[in-house]
Design a protein around this ligand. Structure first.
Ligand SMILES: [Zn+2]
Length: 118
């Protein structure tokens, strides 16, 4: 089940995960092409936007760290900040999963435009 993903700004079709940059804007995830993403993080409005895309290797690494962090917090004896920490870490993970479900899983890892079956 492939679904077409378009850039939030220029509405160009995004054809591979290499071209896709998802970013979190409060509790909403937006998809951009590489050109618009670079423009976006350079713009003044980037104050509300994370400079790290939600997708990509670095983000997967952070998601891994977050999972480990969640386990550590869960078993730690830190009564007052335990629940807030679990909520924050869970939200980070949920946004990562949402980005994957909403955008990334619909796209091939590399550009499929050279594929003769297309
Ligand atoms: Zn764009």
């Amino acid at each position: 089940m492939m679904r077409k993903i378009y850039c939030q700004k220029c509405e160009k079709e995004i054809t591979s995960r290499k071209q896709l940059f998802t970013t979190q804007i409060f509790f909403w995830v937006a998809a951009y092409c590489s050109t618009c993403y670079v423009e976006r993080i350079k713009s003044v409005s980037s104050l509300a936007v994370s400079n790290t895309p939600l997708n990509g290797k670095y983000s997967n690494f952070l998601a891994g760290i977050t999972v480990i962090g969640l386990f550590m917090v869960f078993f730690a004896e830190i009564p007052y900040i335990k629940i807030p920490l679990i909520v924050v870490l869970s939200l980070v993970l949920l946004m990562r999963i949402y980005s994957y479900m909403r955008f990334e899983r619909h796209l091939p890892v590399v550009d499929a435009s050279s594929d003769i079956n297309e």
